[in-house]
Design a protein around this ligand. Structure first.
Ligand code: PEP
Ligand code: MN
Length: 365
């Protein structure tokens, strides 16, 4: 699917992968933009981000400086030679951003949720060559994220990246937006060549989580990070809790351990192959043990049927659930993980026994 999406390395604004985009949540003043940009340039960052049209939860909050910010972008670019990306949410935004030579556009989480909005942006981009990054929608809906990407692709854009910024949840968690990494992984497995960028700032909502979230993204082989950075974070006009100074950004990026997807080292590769072989054998044993369990379950089903006893007995299930979780814990396995596995195994056992119970007894003769 969408095999001709171009790798990040081919985007002329990207120097190396993984790469970082940094800059303020919002452009506030020309001075703030210049100062922040100078700071991130010192940290070797190669692309500036800043919002000038800000989707805010309630009216009356700072909604971005608007078009004047595009002139500041131009001035920053001329003086500091830094490519710039900003969020667009309407056809008018696209038109203005193109007029002022913004290098890369992004579609925000609140726009990705709305196919009308994404289509309007896509139509405004038809025939234009500019990289577009699509943030995940606020709600954990993979189809909506993929649909947004497809709309931009169908408009003829081939330099497309996905930005993972986490998902809003009703429950209170330590994150501002829960990462649900499995959704980004699922997108990547459906669209293997889409570059994936993590936005740890909007996932975290605070400065403390930025490092572990960034490290996790790099461990999962993401292609880049977009981190909100401000010359004076505590005085930021939006998202101040999660913004860091350029110096702190540099520390975070230096602390992250970059791991490669593969290695040229012969010794490493043969060890990896050996370890994977061991895992394959253990997996095979797991399957054989499940098959042995199924044979027992078949017998049990027949026996219950002969004696006219119900398939499901709640007290037995509770006992299974508790004892397995305890056994797991004794062996250093996560209790919740063992619970989930045995819920699946037990469900399967109930369904096998139900089939046996309802099958016509074969008559001979
Ligand atoms: C932003 O990047 O500042 C922003 C508004 O992000 P999101 O769309 O992820 O909320
Ligand atoms: Mn923000």
């Amino acid at each position: 699917m969408m095999e001709d999406i171009q790798p990040l390395k081919s985007w002329k604004v990207i120097r190396e992968v993984p790469f970082a985009i940094a800059g303020p949540c919002s452009a506030e003043t020309e001075e703030q933009l210049f100062e922040t940009c100078r700071g991130i340039k010192e940290q070797d960052i190669t692309m500036l981000r800043a919002g000038i049209w800000k989707p805010r939860t309630r009216p009356g909050m700072f909604e971005g400086v608007g078009e004047i910010g595009l002139q500041w972008f131009k001035n920053v670019k001329d003086e500091l030679n830094m490519p710039i990306t900003t969020e667009v949410a309407t056809a008018k935004h696209v038109e203005l951003a193109l007029k002022y030579d913004v290098d890369v556009l992004w579609i925000g989480a609140r726009s990705t949720v709305n196919p009308f909005t994404v289509q309007e942006i896509a139509d405004a981009l038809r025939g234009v060559e500019i990289p577009v990054m699509i943030k995940n929608p606020i709600n954990p809906d993979l189809a909506l994220w993929k649909g947004g990407i497809e709309r931009i692709y169908q408009a003829g854009i081939r330099q497309i990246a996905a930005i993972h910024r986490g998902f809003s949840s009703f429950e209170k968690t330590k994150y501002r937006n829960v990462p649900m990494w499995q959704l980004a992984i699922a997108l990547k497995s459906e669209l293997p060549n889409i570059p994936m960028i993590c936005d740890p700032s909007h996932i975290s909502g605070n400065r403390e989580l930025l490092l572990p979230v960034s490290q996790k993204a790099i461990d999962l082989n993401y292609d880049g990070l977009m981190i909100e950075t401000h010359c004076n974070p505590d005085a930021a006009w939006s998202d101040k809790e999660q913004q860091v100074t350029p110096v702190r950004l540099g520390e975070i990026l230096h602390t992250i351990k970059i791991r490669k997807a593969s290695s040229d080292n012969q010794e490493f590769n043969s060890m990896l192959e050996h370890m994977r072989g061991q895992i394959d054998r253990v997996d095979r044993e797991i399957i054989e043990i499940l098959a042995a369990r199924k044979t027992l379950v078949d017998k049990l089903g027949e026996y219950k049927k002969e004696n006219n006893v119900t398939v499901f007995q709640a007290d037995r299930w509770l006992q299974i659930f508790k004892s397995r979780a305890d056994w797991g814990q004794q062996m250093n396995l996560d209790k919740e993980f063992v619970g989930k596995i045995f819920k699946l195994i037990h469900d399967e056992s109930i369904s096998i026994q139900t089939k046996i119970m309802n099958a016509e007894t074969e008559t001979i003769g």
